[in-house]
Ligand binder design. Structure first.
Ligand code: 5GP
Length: 221
């Protein structure tokens, strides 16, 4: 008789979490990475933008020059890429493929454009979750309470939020983040259910065959 399938006996998935700025995405992503540290890793993008104080190469981004970025893009080493505010950003393909083939899941904290490109590149592996604020008032007060931005920046972020929210329809799951603990439980439940999808449990066939052999033997004896 065989045991139950182990945690590596499935294909990993790509969990894309998007939201307007201030809806709680970064907090949820951080909590999920902590809770699922054994099987979930954050995708580290490459970028041509200069490193900011406090950032670390290989942690926040892989920082590289324009020539190297172009080379990676032309060699097909990027799963998706975009230009944002004059800098290039992209998702390295190799890390993602290595992770999912070894049964690990990868979390992406990207906007709708990144989410859409990832879904186009790897449609069977991508699960997209959109985080909505419960109201415009709550979003505004969360942006203000961060104390990071002045009034003009907050106004710009509110306008960007409207644009980002218009893409909610492209997502598989939507979480309205009125309560961070509840939203975290919901996000974790999505991950748990998606891991159990039959198509991801790539080695279940051998378990089922073994079960059928063993059951046949017990029936004969
Ligand atoms: P920042 O320079 O402030 O870290 O990021 C600027 C923007 O680039 C953010 O909107 C972020 O979502 C986006 N971004 C970061 N990494 C990637 C990536 O790998 N692909 C895409 N498409 N966008 C990214």
């Amino acid at each position: 008789m065989t045991g139950s399938p182990g945690k590596h006996e499935r294909r990993g998935l790509l969990l894309v979490v998007s939201s307007p700025s201030g809806a709680g995405k970064t907090t949820l992503a951080r909590r999920l990475l902590e809770a699922e540290a054994d099987t979930l890793q954050l995708s580290v993008s490459v970028t041509t933008r200069p490193m900011r104080p406090g950032e670390n190469d290989g942690v926040d981004y892989w920082f590289l020059d324009g020539a190297r970025f172009t080379q990676m893009r032309e060699d097909g080493e990027l799963l998706e890429w975009a230009q944002v505010f004059g800098n290039s950003y992209g998702t390295p393909r190799k890390d993602v493929e290595t992770a999912i083939e070894s049964g690990r899941d990868v979390l992406f904290d990207v906007d709708w454009q990144g989410g859409r490109q990832l879904a186009e590149s790897m449609p069977d592996d991508v699960v997209r979750v959109f985080i909505l604020p419960p109201s415009a008032e709550v979003l505004e007060s969360r942006l203000k309470s961060r104390n990071q931005d002045n009034a003009d920046v907050i106004a710009v972020r509110m306008a960007q939020a409207s644009n980002e929210i218009s893409h909610w329809i492209e997502y598989d799951y939507v979480i309205v983040n009125a309560d961070i603990d509840r939203s975290f439980d919901e996000l974790r439940a999505v991950l748990a259910a998606e891991r159990l999808k039959r198509e991801r449990q790539t080695r279940l066939t051998s378990l089922v065959e073994q079960l059928q052999r063993d059951l046949g033997e017990s029936f004969r004896s």
